[in-house]
Ligand binder design. Structure first.
Ligand code: CAA
Length: 258
């Protein structure tokens, strides 16, 4: 399918989704967010996709929600259109693993989009920020909640209240990103991680995602209980038999997603 604001390539069971509004540093307008939710839903349904990578350009992953589009909206417009809600709900519904490969600016909604992915690999030139305070507003795609869970209250308050940017080294130190690599290595590293994930049993990767995300939604005891129930359930799958037999037979497992 052809998109106006995205370039989607699928190869070796990995879908690479590039945000493509270079004229606006990939600012997230309604078209882009809608297309992204559609592309993720399509990838989720596609048997030829087992992992997804979202990236931007070398200069910007995304410089935030589109300020031009938002500037003239009233409270009534935002409230009645439920601005951002449908699209972000769609993005968050993705059940297959999603990696954000971030170079350049990931600001406002761009930082929030990266945080909606399952993990973030950053290039050395990445800059993260929630500068909505400079526009007289506040983050609107979950930034106050997700950034706080990633980096803790003090740094989250600092970022949201001052609007300052965090470089890649600070983002890695604070637990916002999982790895930092030189810019030229960003896509190779993210694609290699995605291909490694694509080799696993899809059921296992999908339940890892459910279990880890559950940690943000519930108590420790409930989360551990949920994980244990899922762990037991996986003993009903052929992939568990195959994975454990392959280990004992000293060979690579051949997972069949059943
Ligand atoms: N929305 C719309 N257009 C944007 C944009 C945005 N968020 N960010 C950049 N652009 C556009 C600029 O208007 C400019 O377009 P023109 O050439 O037509 O003027 C083009 O992209 C290039 O931008 P700059 O000339 O500003 O590039 P720069 O290298 O000098 O600066 C920057 C880069 C520091 C990222 C700067 O563009 C910037 O501060 N952008 C806005 C960042 C921001 O405030 N993001 C939060 C948005 S609100 C939000 O996201 C709410 C939410 O939580 C959901």
């Amino acid at each position: 399918m052809a998109y106006q604001t995205l370039i989607v390539e699928i190869e070796d069971y990995v879908a690479l989704i590039r945000l493509n509004r270079p004229e606006a540093l990939n600012a997230l307008n309604s078209t882009l967010l809608g297309e992204l939710a559609d592309a993720l839903a399509a990838a989720d349904k596609n048997d030829k996709v087992r992992c997804i990578v979202i990236t931007g350009s070398e200069k910007a992953f995304a410089a935030g929600a589109d300020i031009k589009e938002m500037s003239e909206q009233s409270f009534v417009d935002m409230f009645t259109k439920n601005f951002f809600s449908t699209e972000t709900d769609g993005i968050l519904k993705t059940r297959k693993p999603v990696i954000a490969a971030v170079a350049g600016y990931a600001l406002g909604g761009g930082c929030e989009l990266a945080m909606m992915c399952d993990f973030i690999i950053a290039a050395e030139n990445a800059k993260f920020g929630q500068p909505e305070i400079n526009l007289g507003v506040v983050a609107g795609m979950g930034g106050t909640q997700r950034l706080t869970r990633f980096v803790g209250k003090s740094k989250s308050m600092d970022m949201h209240l001052t609007g300052r940017f965090m470089d890649a080294a600070e983002a890695e130190r604070s637990g916002l990103v999982s790895r930092v690599v030189p810019l030229a290595q960003l896509l190779p590293e993210a694609m290699a991680a995605a291909h490694k994930i694509a080799e696993k049993s899809l059921m296992s990767t999908m339940v890892v995602k459910e279990c880890v995300n559950r940690a943000y939604e519930t108590t420790l005891a409930e989360g551990v209980h949920f994980e244990r129930r899922i762990f037991y359930a996986l003993f009903s799958t052929e992939d568990q038999k195959e994975g454990m037999s392959a280990f004992l037979e000293k060979r690579e497992p051949q997972f069949r997603d059943r």
